[in-house]
Design a protein around this ligand. Sequence first.
Ligand code: HEC
Length: 233
Amino acid sequence: MKRSIAVIATITVVVFFACQRQVSSPGTTNNVTSDSISAESVLDARAAPVCFEGDVLPIFQSSCAKSGCHDAASHQDGLVLDSYANIMRGEGIVPGNARQSELYQAIINGSMPPKGNPKLTTDQITNIRRWINQGAKNTTNCTSCDTSLFTYSGAVSAILSKNCVGCHTGANGGGGIDLSTYSGVQVVALNGHLVGTITHAPGFSPMPKGGAMLSDCNITQIEKWVAAGAPNN
Ligand code: HEC
């Protein structure tokens, strides 16, 4: 009897320290203790506010609300992830608690986006987590944007990765168009399709497909960059 208590005690200690170690290893997002989760939510709640409209909705629209996935027509698992109201329907998002939110869990446990689709970047995942821990509010008109900033590295590439790359990566990208690299973007910048699609000009497919138009400021930044010859600057 005494021995089995000793064995159980030993196992408990070993398991305890095994868990502790996992927590301290960088990059581990699963198996975190409740202490580190509450520290995370406290820090997130105090971080600069994440803008739903500017920083979160475009991620859902370009990485989740795709045809065959979670757009209105396909609604896999009954989920449509194309607007605030639809994202908040059901139990997927628990305001103030990212770790309890099934949609966030599916992202950090690696099941979403499914294999074969571009993974979300660390910044995108952080934005979603912060937005949930900050109360998952429908914040709009809150992203700062400066039309005098229109370099590829300082503006254009970030706009495209937020709004387009989820559907346009590699050779399988929508319409065979890869917007994840400069050389891919350069092609559509120079042949007129980039500006044609984002301004919803006649004769072009309106982009982002199925989503809201880019902001006027983002469109102006891209137009100015294209007019400057679409340099890799
Ligand atoms: C939800 C998925 C999705 C998103 C987000 C998306 N696209 Fe597309 N895109 C597609 C698909 C699918 C096609 C091919 C079918 C078509 O033309 O509608 C396409 C085609 C295109 C084309 C070629 C069509 C044409 O008329 O020239 C361009 C250029 C393009 N996209 C640019 C963009 C840009 C720029 C963004 C971001 C501002 C974007 N796309 C966001 C899915 C998407």
